[in-house]
Unconditional design. Sequence first.
Length: 115
Amino acid sequence: VQLQASGGGLVQAGGSLRLSCAASGSILSFDLVGWYRQAPGKQRELIAYVRKGGGTDFHGSVKGRFTISRDNAKNTVYLQMNSLKPEDTAVYYCNGLRGSLYSPWGQGTQVTVSS
Protein backbone atom coordinates (compact mmCIF):
# COMPACT_ATOMS: atom_id res chain seq x y z
CA VAL A 1 0.00 0.00 0.00
CA GLN A 2 1.40 3.36 -1.03
CA LEU A 3 0.48 6.83 0.17
CA GLN A 4 0.32 10.00 -1.92
CA ALA A 5 0.06 13.53 -0.59
CA SER A 6 -1.84 16.28 -2.43
CA GLY A 7 -3.57 19.59 -1.85
CA GLY A 8 -0.69 21.98 -1.49
CA GLY A 9 -0.58 25.44 -2.95
CA LEU A 10 0.15 29.10 -2.39
CA VAL A 11 -1.68 30.83 0.44
CA GLN A 12 -1.30 34.10 2.33
CA ALA A 13 -0.24 34.16 5.94
CA GLY A 14 -3.22 33.51 8.17
CA GLY A 15 -4.91 31.38 5.54
CA SER A 16 -5.82 27.71 5.50
CA LEU A 17 -5.15 24.63 3.41
CA ARG A 18 -6.24 21.02 3.66
CA LEU A 19 -3.83 18.35 2.55
CA SER A 20 -4.90 14.84 1.62
CA CYS A 21 -2.96 11.60 1.96
CA ALA A 22 -4.60 8.92 -0.15
CA ALA A 23 -3.75 5.25 0.26
CA SER A 24 -3.70 2.82 -2.66
CA GLY A 25 -5.28 0.24 -0.37
CA SER A 26 -6.68 0.21 3.13
CA ILE A 27 -5.50 3.14 5.23
CA LEU A 28 -6.08 0.96 8.27
CA SER A 29 -3.33 -1.39 7.14
CA PHE A 30 -0.98 1.12 8.77
CA ASP A 31 -0.41 1.28 12.51
CA LEU A 32 0.27 4.98 12.14
CA VAL A 33 0.08 7.57 9.37
CA GLY A 34 2.18 10.67 9.74
CA TRP A 35 2.56 14.00 8.04
CA TYR A 36 6.08 15.29 7.54
CA ARG A 37 7.51 18.45 6.06
CA GLN A 38 10.85 19.50 4.72
CA ALA A 39 11.76 23.14 4.31
CA PRO A 40 14.65 24.22 2.08
CA GLY A 41 17.98 23.47 3.75
CA LYS A 42 16.33 21.66 6.66
CA GLN A 43 15.75 18.06 7.61
CA ARG A 44 12.43 16.39 7.13
CA GLU A 45 10.41 16.49 10.35
CA LEU A 46 7.34 14.73 11.63
CA ILE A 47 4.63 17.26 12.42
CA ALA A 48 1.50 15.20 13.04
CA TYR A 49 0.32 11.62 13.14
CA VAL A 50 -2.78 9.54 13.69
CA ARG A 51 -2.66 6.03 15.11
CA LYS A 52 -4.87 3.20 13.90
CA GLY A 53 -6.86 3.52 17.09
CA GLY A 54 -7.43 7.21 16.44
CA GLY A 55 -4.92 8.79 18.79
CA THR A 56 -3.14 11.84 17.44
CA ASP A 57 -0.17 14.00 18.29
CA PHE A 58 1.42 17.13 16.91
CA HIS A 59 4.77 18.87 16.80
CA GLY A 60 4.82 21.89 19.05
CA SER A 61 5.25 24.25 16.12
CA VAL A 62 1.83 23.31 14.68
CA LYS A 63 -0.11 22.37 17.80
CA GLY A 64 -3.32 24.34 18.02
CA ARG A 65 -3.19 25.33 14.34
CA PHE A 66 -3.19 21.98 12.51
CA THR A 67 -5.56 19.06 12.91
CA ILE A 68 -5.36 15.55 11.51
CA SER A 69 -8.29 13.33 10.61
CA ARG A 70 -8.96 10.09 8.81
CA ASP A 71 -11.75 8.94 6.49
CA ASN A 72 -11.63 5.16 6.52
CA ALA A 73 -14.16 4.82 3.71
CA LYS A 74 -12.00 6.98 1.45
CA ASN A 75 -8.73 5.51 2.74
CA THR A 76 -7.48 9.04 3.23
CA VAL A 77 -5.83 11.00 6.02
CA TYR A 78 -6.25 14.77 6.03
CA LEU A 79 -4.13 17.55 7.47
CA GLN A 80 -6.12 20.72 8.07
CA MET A 81 -3.74 23.64 8.37
CA ASN A 82 -5.07 26.91 9.78
CA SER A 83 -3.40 30.19 10.69
CA LEU A 84 -0.57 29.43 8.31
CA LYS A 85 2.73 31.22 8.73
CA PRO A 86 5.57 31.82 6.27
CA GLU A 87 7.66 29.36 8.30
CA ASP A 88 5.18 26.63 7.38
CA THR A 89 6.49 26.82 3.82
CA ALA A 90 7.82 23.38 2.92
CA VAL A 91 7.20 20.24 0.92
CA TYR A 92 4.72 18.12 2.84
CA TYR A 93 4.80 14.32 2.76
CA CYS A 94 2.77 11.57 4.32
CA ASN A 95 4.08 8.19 5.31
CA GLY A 96 2.70 5.10 6.96
CA LEU A 97 4.23 2.78 9.52
CA ARG A 98 3.34 -0.90 9.61
CA GLY A 99 5.17 -2.72 12.35
CA SER A 100 8.72 -1.48 11.89
CA LEU A 101 8.39 -0.80 8.18
CA TYR A 102 7.70 2.58 6.62
CA SER A 103 5.91 3.01 3.32
CA PRO A 104 7.90 4.39 0.37
CA TRP A 105 8.15 8.17 0.24
CA GLY A 106 5.96 9.82 -2.35
CA GLN A 107 6.64 13.08 -4.18
CA GLY A 108 5.10 15.30 -1.54
CA THR A 109 3.11 18.46 -2.08
CA GLN A 110 4.45 22.00 -1.95
CA VAL A 111 2.96 24.48 0.50
CA THR A 112 4.03 28.09 0.16
CA VAL A 113 2.86 30.73 2.62
CA SER A 114 3.43 34.32 1.60
CA SER A 115 3.79 37.11 4.14
